[in-house]
Write a protein that binds this ligand. Structure first.
Ligand SMILES: [Zn+2]
Ligand SMILES: [Zn+2]
Length: 333
């Protein structure tokens, strides 16, 4: 099978992923062998390739937003059969034994493993996954449009659940990238009002096109205080205004994996009146299952740009430069 392999961490600018011919792997008794249809690219790939994340395994095939078809199953697999469409995400394995795993918080597991980091990922014609960590995917969306949901979508969905927004309530989104544009569509489909705060005018325009009830760059102009807000932008300076312009008893959810430090907060202005701040750390399998259940009934529009396996370096270079229009997806032909 053809694979794109990282043998040594290096700047994406010198195209460190090399095309190689490897043997198709054999699934163990609990694993599925998946024929990859496509794999969406993610900023975390850049962190792994360029070395901001310490190497866990080299050589490694990166890629952790994989859609494919089950080709072969291990002899103890019970959940999937040959021909099923499955998704593979960043969270690859949890220990099941730590205090977090035992209490439904496997997103905080101390011993978790990740796809395309600890184990080979999806920039390849075939890949393996423990069937307990594969997602059953809906048939109503094109595979390349589901792939970007497997990282940004699942994390965003966890943030949405934590906001506990109900029909008729107001949700504010700060920053309008891949996660936010999916969550906007889910929130609107479930009858919430959605306000978007973004510095970029093209993002405000896209938010309005996707149904936002208000979009602007200035949170002080927000027409009505929201019941909850989610910050997607990695900017800690957004925390004080988003708390200031939040309803009493409201929730502020921080959806970014990384965020710059927050400036000092004033108790009366920002925190009093039972306002809550909730940070999001990765996701549980439940979050992913709930998202894919949800989108069976909601038509989600995702903007994608496709490329071929041999051009994986090039599309990652464009992600780094910020010249991609939508989510990049590597399609295996
Ligand atoms: Zn990712
Ligand atoms: Zn654990």
């Amino acid at each position: 099978m053809r694979v794109m392999v990282l043998r040594k961490q290096n700047s994406i600018d010198i195209s460190p992923l090399g095309m190689e011919e490897w043997n198709i792997p054999e699934p163990n008794e609990k694993e599925l062998l998946v024929k990859v249809i496509c794999c969406a690219i993610c900023r975390t790939d850049l962190h792994i390739i360029e070395g901001e994340l310490p190497p866990k395994r080299l050589p490694i095939i990166p890629g952790h937003q994989i859609v494919g078809i089950v080709e072969k199953i291990g002899n103890k697999c019970m959940k999937f059969k040959r021909g099923d469409k499955v998704g593979i995400a960043w969270l690859r394995k949890t220990c099941g034994n730590c205090s977090f795993c035992q209490t439904g918080k496997e997103n905080l597991c101390e011993n978790s493993l990740y796809t395309g980091y600890h184990e080979h990922g999806g920039y390849a014609e075939y890949t393996l996954i423990d069937e307990d960590y594969a997602y059953a995917l809906p048939d109503n969306i094109e595979e390349a449009k589901i792939a970007p949901l497997l990282c940004a979508g699942i994390i965003g969905y966890r943030a949405w659940k934590k906001s506990e927004i109900k029909k008729g309530q107001i949700l504010a989104l700060y920053g309008f990238g891949a996660s936010a544009h999916i969550i906007l569509q889910i929130a609107k489909a479930k009858g919430a009002y959605v306000f978007v705060v973004s510095r970029k005018e093209n993002h405000q325009k896209l938010a309005r096109e996707l149904g936002a009830d208000w979009a602007d760059n200035d949170p002080s102009k927000i027409p009505e205080l929201p019941d909850a807000s989610i910050i997607f932008a990695p900017n800690g300076n957004l925390i004080p205004p988003s708390l200031q312009y939040l309803k009493k008893g409201g929730k502020l959810v921080l959806a970014g994996i990384y965020m710059s430090d927050t400036p000092p907060l004033e108790y009366e202005k920002h925190l009093f009146y039972e306002k809550q701040i909730i940070s999001i750390s990765a996701n549980t399998r439940n979050d992913g299952q709930d998202l894919f259940e949800e989108i069976k009934n909601i038509q989600i529009h995702t903007h994608i740009e496709k490329t071929s396996l041999e051009n994986t370096n090039q599309i990652l270079q464009r992600l780094k430069k910020g010249t991609l229009n939508g989510s990049g997806v590597v399609v295996i032909d």
